[in-house]
Write a protein that binds this ligand. Structure first.
Ligand SMILES: [Zn+2]
Length: 124
């Protein structure tokens, strides 16, 4: 299953059978260390959810994944290739302050990932 934040592949870290709820709960982690939960349920439960609501939620995920990909490209151009904030702003049609905010946020996330990966070992 792809991550709803960045679109990367994920793997299951923990599975809990919940027979009284007719479902299986799975804790997951993606290649960019985002953690999330998925559920395995009977088809009829998913089909009971409004198609409009489902489509809207999926579109929200897609939008978030597109933004993450853009932010990652900006971060890489700045941090790995030293491209200026001003030129990145022009390239992505963003204010320079917006580019700075994206780079700071992505740097913070990426430094937190190392801690997150370490923390994973302590989980049951
Ligand atoms: Zn992710």
């Amino acid at each position: 299953m792809r991550c709803h934040k960045c679109g990367a592949a994920s793997r299951v870290t923990y599975t809990t059978e919940q027979p009284d709820l007719f479902r299986t709960k799975r804790r997951r982690i993606c290649d960019n260390n985002h953690r999330f939960t998925s559920y395995e349920v009977h088809e009829s439960i998913v089909l009971a959810v409004s198609r409009v609501k489902l489509a809207s939620r999926i579109e929200g995920f897609k939008q978030r994944v597109r933004l993450y990909a853009r932010d990652l490209r900006i971060w890489q151009a700045r941090v790995l290739h030293g491209q200026s904030y001003a030129s990145l702003g022009r390239l992505h049609d963003l204010a320079e302050s917006g580019v700075r905010r994206i780079v700071a946020s992505m740097s913070k996330q990426r430094s937190g990932q190392k801690l997150g990966a370490h923390k994973e070992k302590d989980e049951p």
